[in-house]
Every structure is written in structure tokens, then in C-alpha cells.
Design a protein around this ligand. Structure first.
Ligand SMILES: Cc1cc2nc3c(=O)[nH]c(=O)nc-3n(C[C@H](O)[C@H](O)[C@H](O)COP(=O)(O)OP(=O)(O)OC[C@H]3O[C@@H](n4cnc5c(N)ncnc54)[C@H](O)[C@@H]3O)c2cc1C
Length: 361
């Protein structure tokens, strides 16, 4: 698992197929231009050794800050200057571009707009980039938090705070499946978080804004078939007739989760196994592979690691990231209507689009 400060810059499964947005294929060219091998080579030239760890491409020495320092040095070495703490207020063009900032105006022939999305404002995320792009004539696809934790109507999951499970999850709206994934789910005091939840989260706010009812199904046994789980469950109950049901289930499921699943199934966790009738047994068994939760929202922008929606990519060249509306303007990264459910892929796209814009300059 990723440690604090350990920036991952790509994922071994990176492919344009994981990217969403109205035109997910938009990412194809950039990801081919700066693929993981090229990205690794680029950082190697800057003195940074990247390597794969549990699918993530990250700094072998495990310091994300070093990546930022290496990139800053490269800019300075090439004659550039990095200025921090300056707010970009607006962009306008006559013959040249004028960048209005909190520290006066700057003039340039070309500008790369890389202001990111509104997610995680604690790290500087803002709507400014979208506002500036809109003012320059770009259309903006509706934006909402992505790669973010989910709130549930049910409160019992909050009692499991601190517990994590490997699950298969599926998000549905009636009979329509909006997303599915597999991985860690972490129970917290106010929401479900973790990679498997983050992967389906981009669908939540748009669906809820249409008044849709969303259900999240959790399968705690993604490796087993339903009949294998049923066989194990019935054998377990038969072997431990005098035990309380959650205690009997404890060899394959944390006891407190088993107790909550019993309650959801209408079975008192203080009942012994031999007291459960076939109907009650079946209801508990169903919870093991299909616990359903009503989703009421996400944890919002402050917890989101990506933005769904953004600048319409039909208005941007996928090779050079130059705006088709404004000559000399390039738009890259999270600001565009491209996002992947796996965070490490978003930074790869941000780097690749920046790289292509740089070549375009
Ligand atoms: C907590 C967190 C953890 C993440 N972890 C990972 C990870 O491990 N791996 C991964 O691949 N991705 C991760 N991501 C996603 C990744 O950070 C983004 O995909 C990537 O940084 C996007 O790059 P960007 O340049 O488009 O935007 P950003 O990195 O968001 O950069 C935009 C910059 O513009 C600045 N800005 C905004 N408005 C203004 C303004 N008006 N004036 C001046 N500056 C402005 C912002 O402060 C920000 O510094 C994470 C995101 C978050 C929030």
C-alpha cells in the first residue's frame, strides 16, 4: 500500500481503456508518447530511479517530494523559473497572451493552462482553471468529485470503523450497473473508502443529481463462487451448533463484521447456530456475497483525489494539447474531461499531456 508522501506516477495496468470522460480515447496519443518505459527513462535522466511495487510505478527511494524537486531542477536547468505562491487571475490575448496574476502581469507567446480540477482544495485545487477556460470560449463538461469515499444511508458500516476487507463491489442504479471493481474497502466512522470504492465513485454524484437511487453491493468472497461460499457457510454452522453465529463465522470473517451482517439479515448475533431456521441461514449467507448499501453521496471535493468532467476534449488537440479555440493556448492534466478510477493513472496522464504540450511548444 502507498505510504504517506510516496508519490506513484503510474500503474502497470495503465491504458487509455481505463480513462473515462465523454471521449476516453482522447488519452491514447499522450499515453503512447510517454508510456511507462519513457516515463521511467525521463526520470532516470533526472537522477530518479522508478520501479514497480504492487502494480504502482514509484520512486524506489520512496520519497514523492524528490520527484517534484527533480522536475523543478530540470526546469531551472533549461533556463526556466518556478514561482510559487502567485495566483493566476485571468488570461487574455491580443497579439500575445497576458497572464494576470496576484503579482502583476506576464506576457507570453504561448501558455500552458495546468491549473487542475477543484478536488482537494487543501492542496490548491480550485475552479480557477475551469473558469478561465470557459471565459476563453471552451465548453465545460459537468464536473463532480471522483476517486473519493462514499456515504451510505445505513449506519451499521460506521460501527466497523478501522476494518478493511478485500471485496468485489458493484454500483447499480435499478437494473443498470454503473461500475464495478475489486480491491480494498475500508470502513470508517462516516463513509466507505479505499481503492475499490474510489474506482466506482465517479458515477455517484451525477446519478444522485438526477434523483437516481444507488445501491452498492459488497461481496466479501470475491475469490469464491456463490456455491462454494454456501457450502462453507452451511458446514460451519453445522460444525458449531452451540456457538453464537458470529463466533462460528469468525474463521473466515472478522467477528464484528459477521455480527453486523447477522443483524442486517434479521438474525440476533446472540443466537446460537442451531437456533437459525433455513430462512435465516439463507439470509445471512446472502449477506456474505451481496451486502447492499444505499449510497447517499460522496465525501465531496475536500476528499476527492480527481475531478470528473472538465474542459471538453473535442476542443483540444490530443497530440499537442493545443486549444482549437485559442491559438497558443495548451490545456493539460486534470483540467480536461479525462479521468481514471485509479489515482496513479491520473498523474501519468497529467505528466504525459504536459510532455506532449511541451513538444508542441
Ligand atoms: C491527496 C491526493 C493524492 C493523490 N495521489 C496520487 C498518487 O499517488 N498517484 C497519482 O497518480 N495521482 C495522485 N493524485 C492525483 C494527481 O495528484 C493528479 O492527477 C495530478 O496532480 C494532476 O496534475 P495537474 O497538473 O493537472 O493538476 P494539479 O497537480 O492539481 O496542479 C494544479 C496546480 O495549479 C494550482 N492552481 C490552481 N488554481 C490556481 C490559480 N488560480 N493560480 C495559481 N495556481 C493555481 C494548484 O495549486 C495546483 O498546484 C492524488 C491527488 C490527491 C488530491
Amino acid at each position: 500500500m502507498l505510504r504517506r508522501g510516496q508519490g506513484a506516477v503510474s500503474h502497470e495496468l495503465i491504458s487509455h481503456e481505463h480513462f473515462r470522460g465523454r471521449h476516453g480515447r482522447f488519452a491514447v496519443d499522450a499515453l503512447a508518447e510517454l508510456d511507462t518505459a519513457a516515463l521511467t527513462g525521463l526520470f532516470q535522466e533526472l537522477g530518479i530511479e522508478l520501479g514497480f511495487d504492487q502494480g504502482l510505478l514509484l520512486h524506489r527511494e520512496q520519497r514523492g517530494q524528490d520527484l517534484a524537486s527533480a522536475l523543478t531542477s530540470a526546469i531551472e536547468h533549461a533556463g526556466g523559473e518556478v514561482r510559487c505562491g502567485i495566483k493566476v487571475l485571468g488570461l487574455s490575448r491580443k497579439r500575445n497572451w497576458t497572464v494576470a496574476t496576484s503579482e502583476g502581469q506576464f506576457s507570453a507567446k504561448r501558455v500552458v493552462l495546468a491549473l487542475g480540477g477543484p478536488h482537494f482544495p487543501q492542496l490548491g485545487g480550485s475552479e480557477d482553471g475551469l473558469r478561465i477556460a470557459r471565459a476563453l470560449g471552451h465548453s465545460i463538461e459537468p464536473h463532480s468529485p471522483a476517486v473519493v469515499g462514499l456515504r451510505t444511508r445505513e449506519v451499521w458500516p460506521f460501527r466497523l470503523a478501522g476494518l478493511w476487507m478485500e471485496c468485489a463491489v458493484a454500483l447499480t442504479n435499478g437494473s443498470k450497473k454503473l461500475g464495478e471493481s475489486r480491491g480494498l474497502v475500508l470502513f470508517t466512522a462516516g463513509a466507505l473508502v479505499g481503492p475499490a470504492i474510489a474506482a466506482v465513485s465517479r458515477e455517484v454524484e451525477p446519478a444522485l443529481s438526477h434523483g437516481d437511487e444507488l445501491l452498492l453491493s459488497l461481496n466479501f468472497y470475491p475469490e469464491q463462487t456463490q456455491s462454494e461460499v454456501a457450502t462453507w457457510f452451511f458446514r460451519t454452522l453445522g460444525q458449531h451448533t452451540r456457538k453464537f453465529a458470529p463466533d462460528a463465522m469468525n474463521d473466515m470473517l472478522p467477528r464484528r463484521l459477521a455480527a453486523e451482517l447477522c443483524r442486517v439479515a434479521g438474525v440476533d448475533p446472540r443466537w446460537r447456530c442451531d437456533r437459525l431456521d433455513p430462512d435465516q441461514r439463507k439470509r445471512v449467507e446472502t449477506q456474505l456475497t451481496d451486502t447492499r448499501l444505499n449510497i447517499t453521496g460522496t465525501l465531496g471535493w475536500r476528499a476527492a483525489e480527481a475531478t470528473r468532467g472538465g474542459v471538453n476534449v473535442r476542443e483540444v488537440d490530443p497530440g499537442t494539447f493545443q486549444s482549437k479555440k485559442q491559438k497558443g493556448l495548451h490545456i493539460v492534466g486534470d483540467l480536461l474531461d479525462v479521468d481514471a478510477p485509479i489515482a496513479a493513472m491520473n498523474v501519468h496522464f497529467a505528466l504525459a499531456s504536459g510532455w506532449c504540450a511541451g513538444q508542441g511548444l
